[in-house]
Ligand binder design. Sequence first.
Ligand SMILES: C=C(O[C@H]1C=CC=C(C(=O)O)[C@@H]1O)C(=O)O
Ligand SMILES: [Mg+2]
Length: 467
Amino acid sequence: MVTIQETELKEGILKAIERAKALSKPVLVSEVQEINHIEPLTFFAAGHEPFLGERFFWKDPADETFIIGLGICKQIQSDQAADRFFLVEEEWKNFIEDAIIDNPFQLNGIGPLMFGGFSFDPYKEKTRLWSKYSDSLFHIPKFMYSEINGRTFFTTNIVCTQHDDLSLAEAVQKERRTLFTALADDIYQEKYELINEDEINPEKWKDTVAEVVNELKQGELNKVVLARETRLHFSQSIQLEQVLMNLFKLQRESFIFAFESNGDCFIGASPERLVKKSGASFFTTCLAGSIARGKTEEEDRVLGDTLLADPKNIIEHEYVVRMIKAAMEEVCEEVTMPSKTQLLKTRDIQHLYTPVTGKAKKDTSLLLLVDRLHPTPALGGLPKEKAVEKIREVEELDRGFYGAPLGWVDYKGNGEFAVSIRSGLIQGDEASLFAGCGVVEDSNPESEYVETKIKFRPMLTALGGSN
Ligand SMILES: C=C(O[C@H]1C=CC=C(C(=O)O)[C@@H]1O)C(=O)O
Ligand SMILES: [Mg+2]
């Protein structure tokens, strides 16, 4: 059994209350302790009772970083479209500025940290589908488990006001003890079955692809990514723990994420990094151009070679490389990337892949890079603004958080954002899945349709819908 030490939480809280009085504003106290290993999913599941609707889960493709948050000690939320990345960063900085932080460890992803993301396009007309997620939404958890390069940590975050007293420490310690006791429980399991899949207007979607191809031929636009939705109905409420467990088993080489908000949950397994910051180093990814996996090793290799040599996919990928390289060169002193395009393979699909790294110029923040990169031509198109306008005009779908930056930033400014593809929105006994594809001059609507069908597969399988 994992135990937690009763620490100097009281001292921190007393200090924070004093500071809250002096500054006349709430003050965060954050305490980090190194603990024994806990299965990340067990930790997430232990929050089922006390923190349902207030949890998040994050795993990176290399299994170097697992971050799971339970409860919300502070929310950063806005529907303001202009300067949204900058505004979130400002609010985050203000919040941690006067915090009392007890963290003796020099690692990223522990201590005060905000987790969340942004909508794809805050200027797109909203529907009810995404009513639980504002255009910018971040949670600072109450309790957080981090596994960083094999070491495991527990963070407690408490916001103290001038009206609080020491009873706050007792309440938090009690909550912590209850949580650690729940770790011994079995993961709660429920039997739910897919009863019906409703693809939203596939024929109309193909017509839109054809129309956009015609426009691309006229030359003003080079590429537009078009996405679509499929709606699933289940026999009873979908059990998130189960879905996460399936993603965990089947999509290990991807980012795996879940982000609950007011009863809904945005969840997925994305192979695409938007950007990671560790000190002055930035890591980003060009991922575009797709083909199916083979049934045998030989067939898989042939498909991979076909993809690497296919002119339509090469150009689809090249537009992404061009844009990301230019964006990185603007904010970095040096930018490194391999000269040859590589393949990235997940269980259901393979992609053209070019990793890009850079050493940032002084004072370049993670959210500044997010602003420069989002949406890359892997989700928007080229030229960026015109492509996003085209999507806004022709796409039926309300993308919400799909295809947008989702991830975390810690109090030192380090963190990581994935591009939240291969994802879905779970709403009780229903779910919407999203998938898109890069439309270029040589695109064929039927093949793009088939490509999006493959891209639904990771989530569909995790939900028990196909294999
Ligand atoms: C838009 C999606 O994938 C993007 C990422 C990789 C490959 C893509 C493609 O080949 O079209 C897409 O640009 C999605 O999965 O919904
Ligand atoms: Mg494609």
